[in-house]
Design a protein around this ligand. Structure first.
Ligand SMILES: Nc1ncnc2c1ncn2[C@@H]1O[C@H](COP(=O)(O)OP(=O)(O)O)[C@@H](O)[C@H]1O
Ligand SMILES: O=P(O)(O)O[C@H]1O[C@H](CO)[C@@H](O[C@H]2O[C@H](CO)[C@@H](O)[C@H](O)[C@H]2O)[C@H](O)[C@H]1O
Length: 544
């Protein structure tokens, strides 16, 4: 491990009397590269997740060669240390290019090695590197035991590299589209363990044949000096799609809110349904179908079906302990409460320290949230594992409409990396599958409120009427989803608990999710904090 030293750093242009294949062993290079160069470079990258903290120094935790024949690239595992006494790890593959006209914007460092001038760049910018990784996966041998391991799935059908390009989506890792039919996601923030996205994708698609997630094609894992597997790349099928379920749902909701006017609907005459009721589409009152249309409910049933099928696949493994269903116990209860009480305290602090950033209804709700903190905390403490008969399984963990692609009236589930704030160990803990369901219900709530906030002025109704209509619709969305979901779960004998237990878990997880979201919104988009605040207070006030 090489520590930064502030003294005696070289000045540009950087000259080294070694060849590229030996550069990484040169102490002087490492010193300059980490302190003078990467400290400035990483903080500007889209994938860098430490923007709200103060970078102290960077260490090179590990490096390894990514190579084929004579071609050599370095994979760097960087440990970024923060003033606030914590650190994060990032993966940065680097390449040397001598072509003056290449990747001008992506250069990390101008360098001269044994008289050869050129630049170090992020290797993902180099087509030759992307081709190499693709070919290493394509030619991977079973039971690879080398330090940088490649794995190829039976779903991998291509026989040659044709093209590659950046996917170009707003994302925290970096995905490359290969041959217009596959995606290789290079993980940026890495953990000293297999990435859950890789584990879950491979398990669902290869072991269980689950069809509604992009087929797993291959991967690359590095074994670090402690023997831990670190996932650096995941290759999946490219799913042609019509956008994500968030866009789909908010478009539908815009039409539905306009229908209030077009269909002359009196919000106060709309029939209501209790929270967590179960309804088949035929049980939804005609006034509601007339208002919202049938199609949105058919789509909700489909989404519920795909969600249940995912849980059935995740809950049906009895040989691999990483996926074996398990019961609630005292350890789980202690783990859960510690985590949630810590998270809740963190949210109280964030809200207390940022009240001046809120106004109007958000401010009122935030004050109410702070005043009722003991009541909310009590809800988190009120978890008694001895009352639960259901099972816990590996779950998606960060399930919301933005993680689902829409394709031909069907859904494909993505991004099994888990909740970004949790540690990698916590993300692998088996949880009630209803936690994912609760995440999706919160997402319906979000979509309804976001539609009202974004387009409210386009509808002639008052905000109070829109919120009332939205809350009524929300309960029907939940009822139709829940009924379809439960039917499939019960048909497949997945034990997720008796009725009262399920309602308790749903409420508990929805509260947990809304509290998590409050922190996410206060940090990233405070104007939206009103949505989880509204969610928290309505869960607390809910009597049904
Ligand atoms: N296999 C795929 N097929 C089609 N689109 C995909 C695929 N994987 C990801 N995407 C698109 O890229 C976006 C970001 O992917 P995601 O896996 O969530 O990345 P990250 O973990 O970096 O946030 C998704 O929301 C989706 O729109
Ligand atoms: O980046 P991720 O997809 O892993 O998730 C984070 O960002 C999400 C927002 O993009 C955030 O989701 C919240 O907002 C969504 C609407 O933008 C809504 O559908 C979700 O229900 C709500 O939780 C997510 O919480 C956060 O982890």
């Amino acid at each position: 491990m090489t520590k930064k030293k502030k003294d005696e750093v070289l000045q540009p242009p950087y000259q080294f009397d070694v060849v590229w294949e030996e550069l990484i062993e040169n102490e002087e290079f490492i010193k300059v590269f980490l302190s003078d160069v990467l400290e400035k470079y990483v903080v500007q990258q889209r994938w860098y997740g430490g923007k709200s903290s103060k970078l102290k120094y960077i260490e090179l935790q590990e490096y390894f060669k990514i190579q084929q024949n004579e071609e050599v690239y370095y994979g760097l595992l960087l440990q970024v240390n923060f003033e606030e006494a914590f650190y994060q790890h990032y993966f940065l593959p680097i390449a040397f290019v001598s072509d003056e006209s290449f990747a001008e914007k992506e250069r990390i460092l101008p360098i001269c090695m044994k008289g050869q001038n050129g630049f170090i760049i992020d290797a993902l910018n180099l087509e030759a590197f992307r081709k190499l990784v693709f070919e290493r996966i394509m030619t991977a041998v079973p039971n690879d035991t080398t330090k940088v391991q490649y794995h190829k799935s039976a779903h991998f059908k291509d026989t040659e590299y044709k093209s590659s390009r950046f996917m170009g989506m707003e994302q925290s890792n970096t995905s490359i589209i290969i041959n217009d039919n596959a995606v290789i996601k290079f993980f940026r923030r890495i953990y000293s363990d297999k990435n859950p996205d890789y584990e879950m994708s491979r398990f669902l698609s290869e072991t269980k044949g689950y069809k509604n997630t992009p087929a797993y094609l291959g991967s690359s894992n590095v074994i670090d000096s402690d023997g831990a597997y670190i996932t650096i790349a995941l290759m999946q099928e490219l799913v042609e799609n019509q956008g994500d379920a968030w866009s789909y749902m908010t478009k539908q909701l815009n039409i539905i809110f306009h229908n209030l006017e077009y269909k002359r609907i009196n919000v106060h005459d709309l029939p209501e349904v209790p929270m967590f009721a179960r309804l088949g589409i035929n049980d939804v009152p005609p006034q509601i179908i007339d208002w919202a249309g049938l199609h949105v409910f058919v789509m909700l049933q489909k989404l519920a079906q795909r969600t249940a099928e995912m849980h059935v696949a995740l809950g049906s493994e009895f040989s691999d302990t990483a996926f074996h269903p398990t019961h609630y116990n005292g350890d789980y209860e202690v783990w859960l409460k510690n985590r949630l009480l810590y998270q809740f305290q963190n949210r109280l602090n964030i809200v207390e320290n940022n009240l001046e950033r809120l106004q109007g209804p958000s401010l009122e709700l935030a004050k109410n949230f702070l005043e009722r903190k003991n009541e909310i905390r009590k809800r988190f403490v009120n978890f008694d594992w001895t009352k639960f008969k259901g099972e816990r399984i590996r779950i998606h963990g960060d399930y919301h409409l933005g993680q689902v692609l829409v394709k031909d009236d069907d859904f494909y589930l993505l991004d099994f990396e888990g909740e970004p704030e949790s540690t990698i160990r916590d993300r692998k803990v088996k949880q009630p599958p209803l936690k994912d369901v609760a995440g999706m219900f919160r997402s319906f709530h979000y979509a309804i409120y976001a539609t009202i906030f974004n387009n409210g002025d386009d509808y002639p109704h008052s905000k109070e009427e829109l919120f009332k209509a939205g809350e009524i619709l929300y309960r029907y969305f939940i009822a139709v989803f829940y009924d379809s979901y439960m039917k499939l779960i019960q048909e497949n004998n997945l034990n997720i608990g008796y009725k009262q237990e399920r309602t308790f878990i749903l409420k508990y997880c929805m509260l947990e999710k809304a509290v998590y979201e409050l922190g996410y919104e206060m940090n990233s988009r405070p104007d939206w904090a009103v949505i989880p605040l509204e969610g928290i207070m309505s869960i607390i006030d809910e009597t049904n």
